[in-house]
Design a protein around this ligand. Structure first.
Ligand code: NDP
Length: 484
């Protein structure tokens, strides 16, 4: 098998196998064929990985930030050099079109390695002068062993978004990809070693949720960073709390995108397409509740349908294809189930709505109009190519409706009224907001959610605070005064 890795896990600088672990079949979503067979980590493998990360951590943290950063930046360069091969792998792991994976996966991972590699040398504490000559200085310290747990939609990116800031701060990592997409994280581990990372600094073990759970509850682990659904986030957060561990939770969303009647319709339609159908809709920050102001509703829907007719659906390895399959049969069935609910609850299907008759797990880009706030498709995260279009009349009304959700990951507004745009964004209950665009996540900008969508932020300088802590050192320059 062309994509079969040398072994299932990557621990202490090398590939490791334990065939006693439960079987994991990796399926190419465009055809349904098995492209690799792996094993879930046994308790012995979990133990080996955690020991390796624990043993490597002190020496890694003792390197200068410049040295750690150099390794991360070298890894970034290697990822860019191999972008095409890594993208082919990612396309087979996830089913996403090669047109997407060549620009949004290994490249995004490389951005994170480069950015945090660049920051590593400048991570410092501060000097705080006090009265009478006393002063405090702070030391920025690594947390220790960090666990990263990934979802299946951006496997390379998630492995790097968690690994790069963790390693820059002097932590080591055990990363567990989703069992649906286990292949790319192994390549990230390989590349880090090739770039000079000492063995044990970045380990990858495979497994189902139980493996993730055993990592989270282990006392050697200082921090857990999860990208996943809200129900999993709840469990992981609770387990981490038991050990008072640091957490970053990047969870789901049901984000609003508001289109006012003064907006540039072409741009708004482009934003709605990017925010609903990129990666076949399997993006956490998607703006799946598209609120369109009454006066432009029909024009918006017409243009949207015209543009969707140009989506090239097919073999994701074909560079012209812009819309691929869903990641798995299971995820496809979830999306199809929501489409049926949309129809049953009275939403008006204006585009798509069916499985595509071909091998693999293809669902048509689907648009529902006349969606109301209480319909299931407007309340629950679908994680598939299903857009709900809702109509609104006034700014006050749409603001309240947009925020009427337990989620708070992202939100967007399209308008040419500058003050209204900023007013709307100020009112959004969401961690990541967009004005006249949607779904961009550059490494320089904080990314993450509020409300049920998460805790903490990835990317940007803020991520450093989530992978390090401050030690305070009070220095007295005076005699010690005591009451007796
Ligand atoms: P899941 O929540 O099902 O799984 C996420 C990861 O957690 C997987 O690796 C999973 O392993 C693991 N896991 C499951 N149960 C446990 C447990 N009890 N303890 C520790 N780890 C566990 O999400 P999906 O993989 O289905 O991904 C889709 C979800 O991810 C969507 O809801 C989406 O919104 C969210 N997401 C959020 C993003 C963000 O940045 N906010 C980005 C991308 C996705 P296994 O798969 O083997 O069960």
């Amino acid at each position: 098998m062309k994509f079969q890795p040398r072994a299932s896990h990557f621990i202490d600088g090398e590939y490791v196998e334990d065939t006693n672990g439960a079987a994991i079949e990796v399926i190419y979503p465009a055809t349904g064929e098995v492209i690799a067979r792996l094993h879930s980590a046994t308790p012995a493998i979990v133990e080996q990985a955690l020991n390796s990360a624990k043993n490597a951590q002190a020496a890694w943290a003792a390197l200068s930030g410049t040295e750690r950063g150099r390794i991360l930046r070298r890894a970034s360069d290697i990822m860019r050099e191999r972008n095409y091969d890594l993208s082919v792998l990612e396309t087979h792991d996830t089913g996403k079109p090669i047109q997407e994976t060549t620009v949004a996966d290994a490249t995004s991972g490389a951005d994170a390695l480069e950015y945090f590699g660049g920051l590593a040398a400048s991570l410092t504490g501060e000097h705080i002068p006090l009265g009478g000559g006393d002063f405090v200085y702070t030391i920025r310290e690594a947390l220790g062993v960090c666990v990263g747990i990934g979802a299946w939609n951006y496997p390379t990116q998630i492995a790097c978004w968690k690994g790069a800031p963790a390693l820059a701060c002097g932590n080591t990592m055990v990363f567990k990809p989703s069992e649906t997409t286990p292949l790319s994280a192994l390549k990230v581990a390989e590349i880090l070693v090739e770039a000079g990372a000492p063995k044990g600094v970045y380990n990858v073990i495979q497994g189902y949720g139980d493996v993730g759970a055993s990592l989270v509850s282990d006392p050697r682990v200082a921090k857990v960073s999860l990208t996943g659904s809200v129900p999993t986030g709840r469990k992981v957060y609770a387990a981490a709390a038991d050990g008072m561990k640091h957490v970053t939770m990047e969870l789901g969303g049901k984000s609003p995108m508001i289109v006012f009647d003064d907006a540039d319709i072409e741009n708004a339609v482009s934003g709605a397409i990017l925010g609903n159908f990129y990666s076949s809709g399997q993006v956490c920050s998607n703006g799946t509740r598209v609120f369109v102001q009454k006066g432009i509703k029909e024009a918006f829907l017409k243009r949207l349908s015209e543009r969707l007719a140009h989506a090239k659906i097919g073999d994701p390895m074909d560079e012209d294809v812009s819309f691929g399959p869903m990641v798995s049969e299971n995820q496809m069935n979830i999306a199809l189930g929501y489409i049926e609910k949309g129809k049953a609850e009275g939403a008006r299907l204006v585009y798509g709505g069916e499985r595509i008759e071909r091998d693999g797990y293809f669902v048509q880009p689907t648009v529902f109009a006349d969606v109301t706030d209480n319909m299931t498709i407007a309340r629950e995260e679908i994680f598939g190519p299903v857009m709900s279009v809702l109509v609104f009349e006034t700014e006050e009304e749409v603001m309240a409706r947009a925020n009427d959700t337990e989620f708070g990951l992202a939100a967007g507004v399209f308008t040419n009224d500058l003050t209204r745009a900023h007013r709307i964004v100020a009112g959004f209950e969401a961690g990541t907001c967009y004005i006249n665009t949607y779904n961009l996540a550059p490494v320089e900008a904080p990314f993450g959610g509020s409300k049920m969508s998460g805790v903490g932020r990835e990317n940007s300088k803020l991520a450093i605070n989530h992978f390090s802590e401050m030690k305070t050192v009070y220095v007295s320059m005076n005699d010690v005064e005591a009451p007796y």
